[in-house]
Design a protein around this ligand. Structure first.
Ligand code: IFM
Length: 469
């Protein structure tokens, strides 16, 4: 059955600064936490780093032309704090100018620029002063956001404060799997609060400057399901995943409170960390965090199928990325076990579960808010093969179709979903996995920097042209 998307539905593609730009130390840019972390032995597979990446810094005009050829309507990119305010200090005019040229190129190509201020690459100098565990970093972030608005506010209307704060707090400060690689429940909790506060402060400053801007945040959300819904321990495992992954961010942003059941779970594991977190949440902070948004960005990749006891058959997916010992990103993780349910998996070991996206969008709309939703990331890595210069990635093409159809299902059920951004436009630096995992609809040969549109890219272009799957 052909599924049509509304005429004003926005089809886009997404990237992030550190994953594609390269030029890591050019024209005034200094180290971000990812430049430092990638140099920690074992932190990133094969010792890869973002020094060159897709060399987008020098090739942005060609990349915009490629997007135009594909019919991409909006490009979601992030700006690098370390390029714009190196070391978190003074403004670097050359860094700002890069983004100004990129935006002009997009507008000339009639592609809507969608700017994300933070996709995980804080200046390393700020990390050395406490990073996201320090409240002072919130002020530095707002300064940086206003610098971007000074430069681009006349041409960019859509601003996302943060991408996936779960990753930049718990995955980074509690699990140690991402930069800066800390492993502390206390640090993850504080980082999550300060990230949210930076989001709220930035929204209020930008709103005060220009009420016409479209302002929002992007969360990575999941659908947590108990392996056996009739088993209380399995249901509790699903509650805890939902709480630590989804509600920890949805609740403060859309309801003005942290989920108390999760606060109490974590207190049983690390009471001093929770005391420090509670003290860090000062009067007024939750009002700042929960002010109205123009949109919520939802990143969805897969669900979580969990039980309260170890599964008899170990799940097929192996998401352990690196040679370093990393911890759990879930502060209260004892007694949560992943189970197998026989779904197809991507090259990341992630389950392919498109109907989970429909349920997720419906749940956010029903339980939280009627705020317009955009799927700001969805995509899959597969082991692509280049044969005679082409990449016949049928699995990725099917993945895109299935997930766009899942969005159409949510719209049919009355959810206000206004767009879909494929992750990612280009193969790129997949964090702890380095260049080993390819998510792009466009293949990148990292030796020659040649771009080749994959079959999935051609099919996505067809979906955009037809406005239907
Ligand atoms: O590559 C990442 C991106 O930076 C954030 N969301 C998930 C993607 C795939 O892991």
């Amino acid at each position: 059955m052909t599924r049509s998307l509304p005429d004003d539905f926005l089809f886009g593609a997404a990237t992030a600064a550190y994953q594609i730009e390269g030029a890591a130390f050019e024209e005034g840019r200094t180290a971000s936490i990812w430049d430092a972390f990638a140099r920690v032995p074992g932190a990133v597979i094969a010792g890869d780093n973002g020094d060159v990446a897709c060399d987008h810094y020098h090739r942005y005009a060609d990349d915009v032309a490629l997007m135009k050829d594909l019919g991409i309507q909006s490009y979601r990119f992030s700006t690098s704090w370390s390029r714009v305010r190196p070391d978190g200090g003074d403004v670097n005019a050359a860094g700002v100018d890069f983004y100004s040229r990129l935006v002009d190129e997009l507008l000339d190509a009639e592609i809507l620029p969608w700017l994300t201020l933070y996709h995980w690459d804080m200046p390393q100098a700020l990390e050395e002063r406490g990073g996201w565990t320090s409240r002072d970093t919130v002020d530095r972030f707002v300064e940086y956001a206003l610098t971007m608005h000074d430069a681009l506010g006349d041409r960019v209307d859509i601003w996302t404060t943060l991408n996936e704060p779960w990753c930049s707090s718990f995955l980074s400060y509690t699990a140690g799997a991402h930069a800066p690689g800390r492993q502390s429940v206390h640090d993850g909790l504080l980082a999550s609060h300060h990230l949210l506060l930076a989001h709220g402060r930035t929204i209020s400053e930008l709103r005060a400057r220009d009420p016409e801007l479209d302002l929002g945040i992007t969360l990575n959300l999941t659908v947590a399901e108990p392996a056996d819904p009739s088993d209380a321990a399995d249901r509790d495992a699903a509650r805890r995943i939902d709480g630590q992954f989804n509600r920890w961010f949805l609740d403060p942003i859309l309801r003005g409170s942290f989920p108390q059941d999760i606060v109490e779970d974590i207190r049983r594991v690390d009471a001093p960390a929770v005391d420090a977190f509670v003290a860090a949440v000062r009067p007024g902070d939750l009002d700042t965090i929960s002010q109205p948004l123009d949109f919520l960005g939802v990143n969805y990749y897969h669900g979580e199928f969990v039980g309260g006891r170890p599964a008899e058959t170990a799940p097929a997916g192996d998401q352990a990325a690196t040679g370093r010992a990393v911890g759990s990103p879930f502060p209260s993780h004892e007694g949560i076990h992943w189970h197998e349910r026989g779904l197809e998996r991507t090259g990341m070991g992630w389950e392919v579960q498109p109907e989970g996206l429909t349920r997720l969008l419906t749940r956010v709309a029903d339980e939280y808010s009627a705020v317009p939703l955009f799927v700001t990331e969805n995509g899959a890595a597969y082991d692509d093969e280049v044969v005679d210069g082409s990449i016949d990635d049928a699995e990725r093409a099917a993945y895109v179709r299935a997930h766009v159809a899942a969005v159409a299902d949510a719209i049919d059920q009355g959810v206000d979903v206004r767009g879909y951004f494929y992750w990612s436009l280009l193969d790129n630096f997949e964090w702890a996995w380095g260049y080993d995992k390819r998510f792009g609809i466009v293949h990148v040969d990292y030796e020659t920097q040649t771009r080749t549109v994959k079959r999935s890219g051609a099919e996505y272009a067809g979906i955009i042209a037809d406005r239907a799957v």
